[in-house]
Write a protein that binds this ligand. Structure first.
Ligand SMILES: [Zn+2]
Ligand SMILES: [Zn+2]
Length: 312
């Protein structure tokens, strides 16, 4: 009798200990999952992105000022070209799916030249040959490829002399400036950053067929980016935690960073101002400075809405 009375409480004690152990294990694994998500930031939904076409404002066609979530162009070229049919990667709700859009395949290597120096007199001197320091897809687009069924981009990639003299410490201008066609900035890969519209005035990233770095070429034979593809981000500087690192310079001298904000959260255009940037302390030439800067985002206008400073 005495022995049995002792065994029952002991059994319950073991059972309760086991239950506590199991519930702690579950809590631990939940905490680990949350931490992984908030540091790796691989949870941006690229399957439902808004088309930017209706957000293209054109100054010489009656849009006198920039606007939130929009791209303020100075004008549209008369000889626009490119793909206008995105129906095969358009969702029923009217958004587009980056993961369903074909890419320009291939790995063509280039001899890139790119240099950024400060002259000590307040200028940042950027020189190079405009070729990227990573492989690109095959251009002109191969007529036998899937990409060609949508976009017959017939242009090659060639080198161009780059020489930009930008302010080392740019300032916000009294009024924003509209954005012209051609380079809006230069990536740290050595190649151009173009704004978010095609020469047809639609959302370039949603329509044009790009390679895995988010780039392609045009009638000026200039390789350039329209989308912050993961391969481009990882190539320049893989994001680990906190604010994204610098990815390039826009032509008013302000920097452009990847899609992650101060707490490592993914930024969308609605988090930024009408020019697609904001001001807070950032690492700038090795020092923390409270400075305006642009961000690449996964939604239109992707990189610049207007020039906040004074463009070249
Ligand atoms: Zn383009
Ligand atoms: Zn920022």
């Amino acid at each position: 009798m005495h022995n049995q009375a002792m065994q029952i409480p002991r059994f319950f004690f073991l059972l309760i200990s086991l239950l506590i152990f199991i519930s702690c294990q579950n809590q631990d694994s939940e905490i680990e999952t949350e931490t992984e998500e908030s540091t790796a930031n691989e949870n941006a939904d690229l399957t439902h992105l808004p088309f930017g076409g209706p957000k293209v404002l054109i100054r010489n066609q009656g849009d006198p000022q920039p606007d939130f979530l929009s791209l303020w162009l100075c004008g549209l070229p008369s000889n626009g070209a490119g793909n206008a049919d995105a129906s095969d990667w358009t969702n029923t709700d009217g958004t587009w799916d980056y993961t369903r859009k074909p890419q320009v395949e291939g790995n063509v290597n280039w001899l890139s030249e790119f240099n950024v120096t400060l002259d000590g007199n307040g200028n940042r001197i950027i020189t190079g040959n405009a070729l990227p320091d990573h492989a690109t897809g095959v251009f002109p687009i191969d007529p036998t490829s899937v990409a060609y069924q949508y976009d017959g981009n017939p242009n090659i990639i060639s080198s161009h002399e780059v020489e930009y003299i930008l302010p080392a410490m740019p300032e916000v201008a009294t009024e924003a400036s509209c954005v012209s066609f051609g380079p809006s900035g230069i990536s740290l890969t050595g190649s151009a950053i173009y704004h978010g519209a095609s020469t047809l005035g639609n959302d370039a990233a949603a329509h044009e067929i790009l390679d895995r770095f988010g780039g392609h070429t045009d009638g000026t034979e200039t390789y350039h980016y329209h989308f912050p593809a993961q391969d481009l981000q990882d190539h320049i500087n893989p994001h680990e935690s906190g604010h994204s690192e610098l990815m390039g310079y826009m032509l008013d001298g302000f920097g452009i960073y990847g899609p992650n904000g101060e707490d490592g959260e993914i930024l969308w255009s609605e988090d930024l101002d009408e020019c697609h940037g904001h001001t807070h302390p950032i690492l700038w030439d090795g020092e923390m400075v409270n400075l305006y800067h642009y961000h690449w985002t996964y939604d239109f206008p992707y990189n610049i809405g207007c020039f906040k400073g004074t463009p070249l």
